[in-house]
Design a protein around this ligand. Sequence first.
Ligand code: MTE
Ligand code: MO
Length: 547
Amino acid sequence: MQRVRLLMGALVGVLLTAPLMALLYLGEQAAGLPFPPFDLFDWLARTLPGDVIGKSIEVMVDTIREFDLGETSSAAKRIETLSGLLMFFGGGVAAGAVLFWGLARLKNLTGAARYLSGIVIAALLGIPAILISLKMGVYDTSTTTSVFWLALAFFVWGAALGWSYDRLYPAEFETIPIQTSAPVSAMKINRREFIIRVGSSTATLTILGAGVGYYLEYAEEKSYRDQIRKNRQAAAATASKLPNQNDPVIPAPGTRAEYTPLEDHYRIDINVRPAEIDAASWRLNIKGLVDHPLALSIDDLMNNYEPMDQYVTLACISNSVGGDLTSTTLWTGACLQDVLADAGLQPKAAHLKITSSDGFYETVALDLVNSERRVMLAYHWDGIPLLYEHGYPLRIYIPDRYGMKQPKWITDIEVIEHDEEGYWVERGWDKVAQMRATSVVDVAASDSLFEQDGVTYVPVGGIAHAGARGISKVEVKVDDGEWAEARLRSPLSDTTWVIWRYDWPFSDGRHVFEVRCYEGDGTPQIAERQSSHPSGATGIDRLSRNM
Ligand SMILES: Nc1nc2c(c(=O)[nH]1)N[C@H]1C(S)=C(S)[C@@H](COP(=O)(O)O)O[C@H]1N2
Ligand SMILES: [Mo]
C-alpha cells in the first residue's frame, strides 16, 4: 500500500510541480522575478568539485560528438537548460512521493497536520532554492519582493500537496479497517476523478503560464535581434574588407569559415543563461594598488582611448583536436596598458584580479600586460557591441591564452601584489593555459575534383593555429605517403588561425589524410594524442574518406 501511495505522491508531484515551474517562469519573464531551476544548475556547476565538473563536461562533449547533436557549445547549453529544469522538476516529484509515503505511515495525522506536512516539505525544498536564487541570480526585483514571491509560490505548492493527500485519503477512512469492497471502489472512483480534476486545472495553468512566459521571452528576444540588426547596419557602413581578401590561396570547399559568422561563434561559460548587464549603470572599477581608482563607463572606454581592432581566434581549452570550440572574429577595444596608466600603478602592483558579474574570476600578471600591447578591454565583436552571451559590455583579450583566462562580463579589475588562481585553475586546469599548436583537416572535397595538366586533384584543407606564435608550415600525409607541404593562406592577423590547402592527385578508394603544423619559429606541434584536460588537447588530426 505504501508503494501505491509513493507512486500517487509522485503523480501529484508531477501535476503540481509543472504549474509551479510554469508560473515561476512567467514571473521571471513578466516581472524579472527569480527562476530557481537555472540558478540551481549554475550553483551546482560552481559548487561541485572540479573533477566531477570536468568529467561531466567531458562526457557531455563526447556525447554531443558521438550522437552528432550539432554545434558543441549550443548543444551543451541546451543540455544544461534541460538538466536545470529536470532537476527542479525531479525534486518536486520526489517531494510529493516522500510526503505521501510519510503520511501513509503517520496514519493519525489529520486535516491541518497534513497541510502543515506539505508546507514543511515545501520549505525543505523552497528555502535552499530561495537562498540559491538570491546568491546566484541577477534579477530586476528587490530581495524582499523576490523572497516573498518564491516563499508564496512554494507555500501554495506545499499546501496543495497536503490538501491533495487529504482529499485522496480522507483521514476517517485511514483508521477504520475497511470491511466491504463497496467503499473501496467508491473511493477509487473518487480518486480518479480528483486526479483528473486536479490534472486538468494544473495542465491549464502550466500551458497558460509557460505559453505567456514564452511569448514574452520571444518578444524580448525579437527586439534584441532587431537591435543587433540595427547595430549591424550601422557598422556595415564603416566595415572594411578582410585584409587577406586578395590572397591567391582559396580555401578548399568545405573548410570552416575563416571569419566565423557572429551567430556561429562558439560560446562557453558557467551560466545556463548569459548575464544581461545594463550598460547605462554598469562601471568598470579599477581598484587596489592604484593611485587613482577609476569607475569607467563604456563610453569612457570607447572615447578616452584609441580603439584597437584585432582579428582574434579564440579557443576553449576543452576543445578537442578538430573540435568546434574555436572561432574567429574581429575584436575592438581599449589597450589595457593605457587604461592602467590612467589609474597609476603603485610600486607593489604585480597582478590584476579580474572579476565578472557571474562570479567568474581570473588573474593576469602585470608583466604580461606590460609587455604586450595587444592585451585589450574589448567592447565590440564583428564591429558591434558584444552580444550578451559573449560578455556585454566588456571582456578582456589576452593573446596566446585559452578562453578560460579571459573573463567576459567584467565588472572589476583589482591590482594586487600576490598571484591568485582563477576559476578554472582552482578546478584543476592549467595555470598558464597557453594555446597549443594544433592543425585540423576539415575536408577532403571529393565532390570538388578539378583537372590540371591532365591530372585530377582533390582539394584537401583545414586550419592550423598556435596562439600568437604563428604558423610557419603545414604538412599533409595521405595514407602511407610522405609528408608534403601544404599551401598557406595569409592569416587575418598574427593571432588568428591559418587556412591551409593541399591539392592531392586523386585516386579512388578509402584514404586517410593526416596533418601536422610548425609554429612560427619552426617548433613542431605535439604529435602525441592527449585529451584536453588539463592543458589543452594535442595530437595529429586525421580524416578518413571513401572516394
Ligand atoms: N565571466 C565569464 N567569463 C568567461 C567564462 C565564464 O564562464 N564566465 N568562460 C571562459 C571560457 S572557459 C571561454 S572558452 C571563453 C569563451 O568565450 P565565448 O563564449 O565568447 O566564445 O570565455 C571565458 N570567459
Ligand atoms: Mo573554455
